[in-house]
Write a protein of this length. Structure first.
Length: 162
């Protein structure tokens, strides 16, 4: 874990992916959708995948352990995920380390989500991912991380609108 902390001490653009979504809701409501384990399991993840939550301790130092479940190549598959919440500043920022439940997952990455409210009451949500290497960033872009991330934010928008 110490290696991960050192890895994320500096922010490097060649390892970064940035996703932005304008949401038609105040930031308190948008932030609350991230803090409620039941809500998070309802909207989180790319289109076509469902979430099976196994542990949801959403606080600084807590974890959310879940599977993304979907049908690929004609059969149901599970993708184990783990988010470890590093910092939570209510209505402003969530920082988490994201990867698999494997303790030494070499592909774990840092995610910073910020919530900025516009004067019209809408919220600009910015999700910044910092991957361990530039090569890993290219790999995840190659398999659709940007598209899937945007689908996740679309799911949040639909959930908030619903």
């Amino acid at each position: 874990m110490k290696h991960m902390e050192n890895l994320f001490e500096t922010w490097s653009l060649d390892r970064e992916i940035v996703l932005v979504k304008l949401l038609n809701h105040p930031r308190e409501k948008v932030f609350a959708a991230w803090m409620d384990p039941k809500a998070l399991a309802e909207w989180y993840g790319p289109a076509g995948l469902s979430i099976e939550s196994h542990e949801a301790d959403i606080r600084e130092g807590g974890v959310w352990r879940f599977d993304m479940v979907g049908v690929f190549e004609g059969k149901q598959q599970r993708f184990p995920n783990l988010m470890r919440f590093v910092e939570i500043v209510p209505n402003e920022r969530i920082v988490m380390d994201y990867g698999t439940p494997e303790p030494n997952d070499p592909d774990r990455f840092r995610v910073t989500v910020t919530f900025d409210e516009q004067s019209d009451g809408k919220t600009v949500l910015t999700m910044r991912q910092l991957h361990p290497t530039a090569k890993r960033r290219q790999v995840v872009i190659g398999f659709g991380a940007v598209e899937y991330g945007l689908q996740t934010l679309d799911g949040l928008a639909a959930w908030l609108d619903g």
